[in-house]
Design a protein around this ligand. Structure first.
Ligand SMILES: [Zn+2]
Length: 234
């Protein structure tokens, strides 16, 4: 099981390397809820934990922002002191909510190639509207990389030229078309959003039926055309 999980994570990382140009050293942008999770479950030192998750050969620098530190201090003073990360290079003047701050750092195209690590489901939802943003989250003692969505796979299959010039609004249209279309391919009943799927899994934990089912569906799917394409084009 453990090997399978590692393989799934490798494939996700490979997907973002192939289609969105992610390269080592990978950058992980963390928010307060994720730091809280790391500290509560003692998944430290954080850069080692993330390096293992991403199967990275080099150490994985963590990034955060002033706004996130402000949020951390609100969660508990010791959190901010215990946690050490670089501050992202671009930062706006005013302190905004951590969610808005992370969204502004990611922008329309995630040019810095951040993996975003957060436990915040509202933020997950918003990050799905940006094409190349892998999301990392924790369930108890384990960390996970969210598998690329059907929409992200579709986006990745477009010509490179088209991808580079696609605006966020067009990507949103693509999201809409995909979710209105027939079966999405990952076992979602029509009308069941990604968000509610996430919530369900979170509530049950990683070893629940929901998670197992999802995995087997994904596995089946990936053994088909998608994985061949990913391999030949990488
Ligand atoms: Zn900020």
């Amino acid at each position: 099981m453990r090997v399978k999980k590692r393989l799934r994570h490798r494939k996700a990382v490979q997907f973002y390397s192939t289609y969105f140009g992610f390269r080592e050293p990978y950058k992980v942008l963390v928010n307060g809820t994720f730091v809280h999770h790391l500290l509560v479950h003692q998944l430290l030192p954080a850069d080692d934990t993330l390096r293992e998750l991403l199967s990275a050969s080099r150490s994985t620098p963590l990034f955060t922002s002033k706004c996130v530190y402000t949020e951390l201090r609100r969660l508990g003073k010791s959190h901010a002191e215990d946690f050490d990360a670089e501050t992202a290079s671009y930062e706006h003047d005013k302190v905004v909510s951590a969610v808005d701050c992370i969204l502004s750092l990611v922008g329309d195209k995630n040019p810095e190639h951040y993996f975003v690590a957060t436990q915040d489901s509202d933020l997950w939802e918003k990050l799905r509207e940006v094409p190349g943003v892998p999301v990392i989250y924790g369930l108890k003692n384990s960390l996970f990389i969210e598998q690329p969505s059907v929409q992200q796979r579709k986006f990745a299959q477009l010509d490179e030229e088209k991808r580079i010039h696609m605006e966020k609004s067009e990507f949103k249209k693509l999201l809409k078309v995909s979710s209105e279309g027939k079966a999405t391919g990952d076992g979602n009943a029509p009308g069941v959003t990604e968000k509610s799927k996430f919530k369900r899994n979170r509530a049950k934990g990683p070893s629940s039926d929901g998670e197992t089912k999802r995995n087997s569906v994904r596995k089946r799917k990936r053994s088909g055309k998608d994985s061949n394409q990913a391999e030949t084009s990488s």
